[in-house]
Structure formats: structure tokens, C-alpha cells
Design a protein around this ligand. Structure first.
Ligand code: RAM
Length: 883
């Protein structure tokens, strides 16, 4: 057969199955990656009916789970300590609900699972994993304590206490939380690698506690606990109005250590007024401003046994009981991640000593120094250098972002801050004794411990840098709460940014737990009338709420998480909040038209200055609001369908029809032109199906014309941007979507890349073409919103799509769309079923596609440029044909 004939038709050259079988397994299938409530071996499960997930590994193609058997017991010998077994013919392997007898609080349960597949293979029992239930209200027997007198000092108080562990220990478990932040130490060592505990929640409503297994760390006899408290979000500066003490003015600690001795007896150690407190080396520590640390004030041994408390150590004070609800962790803790060494140490034209770490990141610098006592070293942090190459901090507004270390006598010391973080690539160092070498400096990135699940690469290096920037925008702004920016005096949970970026976030990393936690805050901070704040946790004014595209986070994120992770539970948990938000809009709408209230609109859209009136890309805010009214209503209907709420489905379907009709009456001419003739107007109208079927094609044409009129540039802001390329693709304009994506001149996604960005910028032109900056009032260089294009890249370039009807990638749609002169692209996504891969090359007119689908999942592959749809099961597949 000659080559042309060979390639004349589509055919599958070969299908190989690559599989990995865990060492020691001779079985064809195995069960791995066990999680409970999205987390690996969680410590504080509050859900009385926790949900179990696992992944199947199979050596056999087209594998589905046919049945499972779960068992839960009270110790590792599960069979002998069994509390629940469930055997079911079912292909469910994600979030299977516990249905045994009531679980006891503060108890560790062990579990494992085994499965059979559709080919008659059986797995062995999985490894034993566990989960621990949280404390109930009555389990808390400890007291909130604070410092002696009033908590007025800027310094971080240290609290200490020695405990006598009288006998051999079976288990020792510490439950800790704080108002403010805490760092806990036992016998001279930090007890965990968590940072910023207890995390930021809507503190007026609920506060998280952490659980630490200290069985291996406590010793028989005396043990010393030392806990340092920081201001954090609770008491420090928060919000851009310069306020502090938003949640309270008194930092406090709640600590409970529960010991079970080997002989079965129990003892509980608590915080009370026998604890002592004193100030130490942290003279001040503030999230925006940074930390001042005076090593001369260290009290060596304060966190260990045998320390002699001098007169400065005063009895701690017990605080009255309060009503704050204590909850377990439903998301991951913040941890340290990548470290960076300087790529350059240099002097700026102004003579500043500056270090370049090569990556705009969030975290801090670990500094080594040695010098005469009293030497003060200051580390300033900046994201960028200015046009002249000098250190630039004006865009930080009033955030000082600076750490100060005061040396003790001539010993080598290593410093890092405790209760603050900085957004930076460059560090300016003043007062360093001796020569500054790279050895003295290490930058460390900190963020919520989300596993990376996605990767995307292509033959275009600028596109790859864009993907890198999107991922670093996510890392820097997913520090316990999804924030807009991590560096200036803001760092708030802006709801609009979070909703815009959520689907992209769920490709890059496992954000199931992260958003589960934050959505509880969205519900908690929802106003009585159902409106949703601009920021969550809400530290702005109560009435700062109800902006279209921001408040809709209440419906958008739960739905996105349901689709990405197959988590029906988040819809159940958020349903009331979703409905309250839609009902709020209805309550302020007149004749089904939402044309009141204050809205950010298509925030930071392109404002051309060469236009007649400079308003060509302005989209009417109420017109936008109406599209989000429809979108939120649609998502509420979707959720109601999943949850079987038929009455709601009917009621809101009728409402949705009226909303769309009202939109058309108000905003569309008889010829189908929209009141605002902008990209965002057409994008939102098409994305949310606002227009009658017969008007859509021409609307898409107008959108394309508008893009052409701007010389293949986008003009969209925060609300239009996430959907822009999706709408183009949906209406057959992949080529135009690629033109926008590959556009390197401003405004475009690649313009900042060309300007050397290592993260996503807040504005399309944070740094202008002449090297000058946009207004310092609002010019973050680490802001993920425009990174929402990542979703389109995964879904369209490499073609990895979830299928909402069968969420969590139980069913996958692989529909790659080559274009943009790319000769290859590849993406991987670790889903809740396992690894999905799609990679293609297009060379010499031959298109080759490799696809991997995990066990217990199926896929449809739509091969580009053919009408061919392939239904496939799990396994690895190769497709190849002339393109
Ligand atoms: C600024 C930031 C933020 C945005 C709000 C409306 O604070 O740009 O990202 O959501 O404005």
C-alpha cells in the first residue's frame, strides 16, 4: 500500500495499553489513591457521613468497576474491629457515602476498599488508610487564653507550659486554634509544617482548628509546649482602607492535648491560667507590612523543658467563653513549596543592592547572616524593576512588604518571617554585614498544599510561558483563600476573580478541598437579603455586595467544582446559598430586568485612547448584569436537576425564559445588534444563550468583525475574557480564537509574556510598551483573573473536557483543535478517576494523537478535521491520519 493510500483514510495505527501495576501486585487491577472528603488521611472530618474515593489501576483495556467492597474499622486490623462494610454492584468510585452506625467524635477510623471489574478481575484489598473525626462542641474542655493584662503590644506573645506525661503513651493528639495566627512548638521543635494556621475563614461565623498527631513526639516525663501568636488577618491590617483589628483586638490561643496511655487511661491537657506568657524576638508582624525580628530578644529554650521563666513571664489570662463555631479543616493547609536561589545580585542605577530570584512568587526569603549585635538588615520586596532598572514598590500602595532582622552577637543565624508573606521577584537588601552571596539567600514559595493535577505544553514557547504564568498566578494567590493579589495592601478574596478563574484552577491543581472550604465562607458571609459580598471573607463594608459577575461566585464555583470533581455534595451544601443569591436578584429586578445596583462591570477592559469617544469597548453594566442573572439561574436549575428538586426546576425554568426575553427586549435591535456593540456584550450574550437561536449566528459574526476591527485584539475585561475564546470556538471560529491567543501585541495574553512576565498581570498593560507603568493605584503583577484562558487551552488546544452529565471525568470528551501554527501540544490531567492524557503532533501534514483514559472512565474522541467520533474505554490509544 502506498503512503498516500495508507493515510487517505482515518485509521487507528495501533492501540497499546500501558499500565502500571503497583509493586507486589500480581493482580490485573489494584486500588490506590484513597481519599476521604477529597483529602488524604484527614484529621478533622466534621461530616457525619464522610465520603470515600479511590482510583482503580488496571492492566486491561476498557475497564470499568463492577462492584466495590469498603470496610471501616477502629484499628488497622479492620476485619476484627469492623464498624461498617458495604458491598455493592456499582461503578461508583468517587465520594461513596459512609452509611454505617454513627461515628464517634475525635476517633480515628481505618478503612480500605477492594473492587471487581467488568472483566471478572478482582483487586486485592487496598492499603489501609484512615480518617479522624473532629471534635464536637462538648469535646472542647479547654479555655481560650491570652496574655496577661491587655493585648496591646505589637510584639508576638509567646505562651508556654510544661506537661507531665506520666506513663507510656498510646496516642497523643493536639487540637489547636487561635484568634490571630499561631506557631506551635513542642520540646524545642515546630510541631508541623503548616503555615498561617488556623487559616482565614469568616471568623465571625466559624474558625478552623488543626489536629496534630504527637504520639511520636511526646516523651514520658516533662514536655514543654510553646506557642507564638501573630496578628494575621484577625488583628492585623486587612482591607485597603487601612483598618486593623477587624475581627478583634485580642489574640488568643485554644489548645487541648489528649493523651491515651498504653494502659487505656486518658488525660487531657488544656490552656488555662497556669500557662505563662512573655514577649520575644518578633517585635511586630503584619501580613501587609512584614515582620521585625530582634534576635537579641530570643529566649533560648523557652519552648523546651527546664526553661527558667523570669519575671517577664506572667500568667496567661482566661477569656470568657464565646460563641464562635470551631470547625475542622476541609481544605489543605498552607505549606512551603519550591525554593529559588538568586539568579543575580546587583546594584541598581540608584545604588540599591538588589537580588533577582527570577520568578514573581509569594512567600519569603530565608536569610543567613552574621555580624555585630544590633546590626539591622532590611529586606524590601518588589515584583518589578522600573524602566531605569530601579527597585519599584509604588504599586504596593501602603503595604510595606519589608522584613527587618536585628542580629545578636556574631553567630551565624538564619532568619525567616513567621506571620507574614510577600509577593516578590526582587529583594532589596540594606544593612547586610559583609559581602552578600547567593549562599545567604533562598526564596521559598508558600501556598495551600494543592497537588498539581494539570500540565500543558506546546511547540510554542511563549504559550508555554503563559501556562507557567497562569500556574504561578494560582500558586501565589491560593494562600488559604483565593485572593486577587498577594502583594499590595489588599490581598482579598475578590469573588469575581475567583469565579473567573475557578475552572482553570481545577485543571492546574486539585482545588476540591480548597474551594469546599472557601464556599462555606461565601455562604457564611452572604447577607441577610441573599446578596453576596465583593470579597469573602468579607472585611469590607456590609453593603459592598451584589456586583454582577462577582456575587455570582455563589452559583458558578459550586457548579464548576461539581463538574470537575463529580462532587454532588458541594451542590447540596451550597444549594441554599445559590438559591438565595438568585432570589436576591429577583427581589431587586423590575419586570425581570436587573437594572439597578452598583457593578464593577467588565472590569479593566481595554480602553483604547485612539477611539473617537474612548468608550468603544465599554459594555453597559446592566446589560452584563442581566446575562449573569440568567447564568446564575441556569446554574441553579442545573443544580436542582442534579439534586432532584423538580419544583425548583420548573419554577426557575419559567423565570429564566422571562429573564432572557427581558434581555432581548431591552438590549437587542430588530437586526440583532446589541445595545453595547462590544466583544464582551456579544460574548456574554452567546455564552449564556441570551439570544433567540436565529440571532446567534449573526451575533457571532459581529463579534468576529469587532475583533478584526481591533486588528485581531481582544478588548475584554474580567467578565468577558474567560468566555471569549470559548464562544469563538463554539460558533466555529477556532482560527479567530487562536489569532487572539497568539497575538503578541497589546492587548493580548502574550503581550505580558513578551514583556518578561512570570505571572499573570492585573491589567493587560501593567507595563506599557515604552516600559512605563500603569497607575500605581492598582497595578498588580500577580493577579490570576486573565489567566482564565488556561481553561480554553486545556479544553480546545489539547481537547480535554469534562462532560457535565457524567461529571468528574467519569466520561471524558477529547476534542483537540490544532491551530495557531502549533506543531504539537500535550496536556495531562490527574482526575478523580486517574490520569487523562491528550497529546498531538501535526507535522508534514500528518496528525498524530495519543490519548490515555483511566480505568472506570470512558471517553468520546472527536478527531479534528474529520467527522469521526470514537467511543473508547480506558487505556492508551493512538490515532494517526493525513490532516
Ligand atoms: C480590584 C482588583 C480586583 C477586582 C476589584 C473589583 O480590587 O482588581 O481583582 O476584583 O478591583
Amino acid at each position: 500500500m502506498s503512503l498516500p493510500i495508507l493515510f487517505s483514510r482515518l485509521f487507528i495505527v495501533f492501540t497499546v495499553l500501558v499500565f502500571s501495576v503497583a509493586e507486589g501486585f500480581s493482580q490485573k487491577i489494584a486500588v490506590q489513591n484513597l481519599t476521604v472528603e477529597h483529602l488524604v488521611n484527614p484529621f478533622s472530618v466534621d461530616n457525619s457521613k464522610p465520603r470515600f474515593s479511590w482510583k482503580m489501576q488496571s492492566a486491561v483495556k476498557n475497564t470499568l468497576q463492577a462492584s466495590y467492597e469498603i470496610r471501616v474499622g477502629k484499628n488497622e486490623a479492620i476485619d476484627k474491629s469492623r464498624v461498617w462494610t458495604s458491598t455493592k454492584k456499582s461503578d461508583q468510585s468517587v465520594l461513596v457515602t459512609y452509611a454505617g452506625p454513627d461515628l464517634e467524635s475525635k476517633t480515628k477510623y481505618f478503612w480500605q476498599v477492594r473492587v471487581k471489574d467488568n472483566h471478572g478481575n478482582a483487586s486485592k484489598w487496598s492499603q489501609v488508610q484512615w480518617f479522624q473525626t473532629g471534635l464536637t462542641e462538648k469535646d472542647w474542655v479547654s479555655n481560650w487564653i491570652t496574655v496577661y493584662g491587655k493585648d496591646t503590644s505589637l510584639a508576638s506573645p509567646m505562651l508556654r507550659k510544661e506537661f507531665n506525661i506520666r506513663k507510656k503513651v498510646k496516642t497523643a493528639t493536639a487540637y489547636i486554634t487561635a484568634k490571630g495566627l499561631y506557631e506551635a512548638r513542642l520540646n524545642g521543635q515546630r510541631i508541623s509544617d503548616h503555615y498561617f494556621a488556623p487559616g482565614w475563614t469568616s471568623y465571625q461565623d466559624h474558625l478552623q482548628y488543626q489536629v496534630y498527631d504527637l504520639t511520636e513526639s511526646v516523651k514520658t516525663g516533662l514536655n514543654a509546649f510553646g506557642v507564638t501568636l501573630g496578628d494575621g488577618w484577625y488583628k492585623g491590617r486587612i482591607g485597603f482602607a487601612g483598618q486593623s483589628k477587624f475581627y478583634g483586638d485580642t489574640r488568643a490561643l485554644l489548645f487541648q492535648l489528649e493523651v491515651v496511655y498504653a494502659d487505656g487511661t486518658k488525660e487531657i491537657f488544656i490552656t488555662d491560667d497556669t500557662w505563662k506568657s512573655s514577649n520575644g524576638p518578633i517585635l511586630s508582624s503584619d501580613i501587609y507590612n512584614g515582620e521585625t525580628y530582634d534576635a537579641r530578644k530570643e529566649q533560648p529554650g523557652w519552648d523546651d523543658v527546664g526553661f527558667e521563666e523570669n519575671a517577664l513571664w506572667k500568667a496567661a489570662k482566661i477569656l470568657p467563653k464565646d460563641k464562635v463555631k470551631l470547625v475542622g479543616m476541609s481544605g489543605p493547609p498552607v505549606r512551603k513549596h519550591e525554593t529559588f536561589k538568586p539568579i543575580k545580585i546587583f546594584k541598581t542605577p540608584l545604588g540599591e543592592s538588589v537580588v533577582d530570584f527570577g520568578q514573581n512568587m509569594v512567600g519569603w526569603v530565608i536569610l543567613k547572616a552574621k555580624g555585630p549585635a544590633g546590626t539591622k538588615i532590611t529586606l524590601g520586596h518588589a515584583e518589578v524593576l522600573d524602566k531605569a532598572g530601579n527597585f519599584y514598590t509604588t504599586n504596593l500602595r501602603s503595604a510595606k512588604q519589608s522584613n527587618e532582622y536585628i542580629l545578636k552577637d556574631n553567630v551565624a543565624q538564619s532568619f525567616e518571617p513567621h506571620f507574614t508573606f510577600q509577593g516578590f521577584r526582587y529583594v532589596k537588601i540594606d544593612g547586610y554585614p559583609g559581602e552578600l552571596t547567593t549562599d545567604a539567600l533562598t526564596a521559598v514559595a508558600i501556598y495551600s498544599d494543592m497537588k498539581q493535577t494539570g500540565s500543558f505544553t506546546s511547540s510554542n514557547t511563549m504559550l508555554n510561558q503563559l501556562q507557567h504564568n497562569i500556574q504561578w498566578g494560582q500558586k501565589g494567590n491560593f494562600v488559604d483563600v483565593p485572593t486577587d493579589c498577594p502583594q499590595r495592601d489588599e490581598r482579598l478574596g475578590w469573588t469575581g476573580d475567583a469565579q473567573a478563574f475557578a475552572t482553570t484552577a481545577a485543571y492546574n491543581m486539585d482545588v476540591a478541598g480548597f474551594f469546599t472550604k472557601w464556599m462555606k465562607d461565601v455562604s457564611a458571609d452572604q447577607l441577610e437579603n441573599g446578596s453576596v459580598p465583593y470579597v469573602v471573607p468579607n472585611v469590607l463594608n456590609k453593603r459592598d455586595a451584589g456586583s454582577a459577575g462577582w456575587a455570582d461566585v455563589a452559583t458558578i464555583v459550586p457548579w464548576d467544582m461539581y463538574v470537575a470533581y463529580g462532587d454532588k455534595g458541594i451542590l447540596t451544601a451550597q444549594y441554599t446559598s445559590m438559591k438565595r443569591w438568585v432570589n436576591y436578584i429577583s427581589s431587586v429586578a423590575k419586570n425581570d430586568l436587573w437594572n439597578s445596583g452598583s457593578h464593577f462591570g467588565d472590569w479593566l477592559f481595554y480602553r483604547p485612547n485612539d477611539d473617537n469617544d474612548g468608550r468603544a469597548a465599554v459594555t453597559d453594566k446592566y446589560m452584563i448584569a442581566q446575562t449573569f442573572y440568567a447564568h446564575s439561574t441556569q446554574l441553579l436549575i442545573n443544580a436542582a436537576k442534579v439534586l432532584g428538586k423538580t419544583d425548583d426546576v420548573n419554577q426557575y425554568e419559567a423565570l429564566l425564559k422571562r429573564i432572557k426575553q427581558a434581555y432581548v427586549n431591552e438590549n437587542m435591535t430588530a437586526n440583532g445588534k446589541l445595545a453595547s456593540n462590544t466583544q464582551t456584550a456579544y460574548v456574554l450574550a452567546l455564552q449564556f444563550d441570551m439570544l433567540p437561536e436565529e440571532n446567534r449566528k449573526q451575533a457571532a459574526e459581529r463579534l468576529v468583525q469587532n475583533i478584526k476591527d481591533y486588528g485581531n485584539h481582544l478588548t475584554t475585561g474580567f467578565l468577558g475574557t474567560p468566555y471569549l475564546c470559548h464562544v469563538l470556538s463554539r460558533f466555529g471560529y477556532d482560527n479567530v480564537a487562536y489569532d487572539l491567543l497568539m497575538q503578541e501585541s497589546y492587548p493580548s495574553w502574550l503581550y505580558p509574556v513578551k514583556m518578561g512576565a512570570t505571572t499573570i498581570w492585573e491589567r493587560w498593560d501593567g507595563i506599557k510598551q515604552d516600559g512605563s507603568f500603569q497607575t500605581p493605584d492598582m497595578n498588580s503583577f500577580n493577579h490570576y483573573a486573565y489567566g482564565a484562558i488556561g481553561d480554553w487551552m486545556y479544553k480546545n488546544i489539547t481537547g480535554i473536557n469534562p462532560v457535565a452529565e457524567n461529571p468528574g471525568y467519569k466520561e471524558v470528551l477529547i476534542a483537540p483543535k490544532p491551530g495557531g501554527k502549533l506543531s504539537s501540544a500535550a496536556a495531562e490531567l490527574e482526575t478523580v478517576y486517574g490520569l487523562v492524557k491528550s497529546s498531538w503532533t501535526l507535522e508534514n501534514g500528518i496528525f498524530k494523537l495519543d490519548v490515555t483514559i483511566p480505568a472506570n472512565s470512558t471517553a468520546t474522541v472527536i478527531l479534528p478535521k474529520t467527522d469521526k467520533k470514537e467511543k473508547i474505554g480506558s487505556g492508551n490509544y493512538h490515532f494517526e491520519y493525513r490532516y
